[in-house]
Design a protein. Sequence first.
Length: 335
Amino acid sequence: MSPIRGLTDRGAQFPCIGQLRKGAPKPADGKKPGADLTFFRVTFDERETETAAIFVKHYGDEPREIDVLLPFNVVDENLEAWREAYVAGGLVHRCDGERIWYEIDPKTGERLVRNGDPLKNCDGSTGCKPTGRLKIIVPQLHRLAFLTVLTTSLHDIMNLYRQLEALLQINGKLAGVPLKLRRRPIKISTPSGEGGKRARREKWLLSIEADPAWVKAKLLAMQAAALPGNGLDEEIPLLEAPDEPDEPKEAEFFIPAVNTVSAETVEPVCDVTQPEYWAAVKRANLGIQAGKDILKELHGDFNAAYSAIMDQHMGAGPGEQLPLEGAAGAEEVPF
């Protein structure tokens, strides 16, 4: 249990080393926001001169697309969105559109609401506006530190939230997935200032999607997993649930009940949830029995068995990743 409430119970966090903004700096009088840009305006902490130089060398001064990773698996931990109000650069109000979660008196500095306590509803009198903050890691910087992408656009917040939710549903996690953060021109309806009328104007909004190379590999893996038999011609016994599932099993296969004299004569059943391994067996010109024998020698460890095939039969170097082609499609696996 954390010993100090409010200090050491706030969860995991990486240091923030800079910000990405959509607009130019505010005018000297500070009364209006800066002009909207078509690229990211990136600012680093004044001590991060070397990191800033690496970023500019890779992306230039006006990037419209940046390779990023997300530090956390939960959408809300990567993308923070509130309605907020500031006075003299200081936060005085934060709400979710209905309930106030943080508020201070701008005249006296007295804290009126903290962490939603006491319960108080927002009536809109503070002029709070939507504010979104997306935490990203830029792989080219080789830092476990994030930059914060700032936006006050409802369209940006909705776009990012929906795109990340969709990716989470497909992949089951967000951290570590290679992504592309982009600015794209989109026509949206905005107030024209003339009698309450609205007009469609071009705005350079935020968008985030998975890297195409990752998507290709993911789709092939999904296709292999969805096909009947996972692309294997020979009928292979499916895994069976154990009679007593209370204790978790580490092995990825089970030993069928057969009449044998000793455990040495028992062969592992092929696991059709590992199509990449059997595709590698095929490309090495080994039969399915040889694949079973290798698995048996390595105690059912598919990763070790795959490495053995690559090293001993295909001449691949240690640590090489399995090419996905051939893993899906019955016509490519002759077993």
